[in-house]
Design a protein around this ligand. Structure first.
Ligand code: FMN
Length: 189
């Protein structure tokens, strides 16, 4: 039988949220016996180049052991394509398919105070409606105390000023969050 998997579901136009997703997936895959499944959601912009990532099906969501959900910050909340995707999950909501599965959230912003926490907290709201158990990052993770870039207790983040690379602290926090999610999912299976 195939190993259970964590769905790492993200939208990314410029690639930064996708990079964070990769580091979260690495953290998931560092745990034996559980896989990461990276999936995106379709763009709503007609001129966008097609993503290199496979679009998520609702089966990917329904059958996951846990979820890491990522979106760039757009005016202080998740991007419309991701919100649009979730609005097609009414059957899963009605069935209670996602109740008691663990989840975490992640984001990327251009400005340091441009809404990382607001986006992360508001991304949790539809997940609570679905019955997910939400995880953040505890302050026992040393990088949360010292980061000069992204990283919050509410979820992983990247500060994309001048399109700078994902920082070491952001990478460590992303891997740690993926690992924590995978370990929690295994306990709940
Ligand atoms: C319509 C729109 C709204 C945005 N709103 C914000 C914002 O509220 N705060 C911020 O810091 N950055 C904002 N940004 C910048 C993106 O969050 C940032 O470039 C992010 O790193 C993009 O992630 P991606 O590379 O995964 O697409 C916005 C970008 C767009 C296109």
């Amino acid at each position: 039988m195939a190993d259970p998997y964590i769905l790492v579901l993200f939208y990314s136009r410029g690639g930064k949220t996708a990079e964070l997703a990769q580091f979260i997936a690495e953290g998931v895959e560092s745990v034996a016996g559980i896989d990461a499944r990276l999936r995106t959601v379709p763009s709503l912009h007609q001129n966008d180049v097609p993503s290199d990532y496979v679009a998520a099906s609702t089966n990917d969501l329904r059958d996951c052991a846990g979820l890491a959900l990522g979106s760039p910050t757009r005016f202080g909340t998740m991007a419309a394509p991701m919100k649009h995707w979730w609005e097609q999950t009414t059957p899963e909501w009605l069935n209670g398919d996602l109740v008691n599965k663990p989840a975490c959230v992640f984001t990327s912003t251009t400005t340091l105070h441009g809404g990382q926490e607001a986006t992360l907290l508001s991304m949790m709201v539809p997940l609570l409606h679905h019955g997910f158990i939400l995880l953040g990052t505890p302050y026992t993770q040393a990088e949360l105390h010292t980061t000069r870039s992204g990283g919050t207790p509410y979820g992983v983040s990247h500060w994309d000023q001048d399109q700078q690379a994902i920082s070491r602290d952001e990478i460590v926090l992303a891997r740690a969050q993926g690992k924590r999610l995978a370990l929690t999912a295994q306990r709940l299976l």
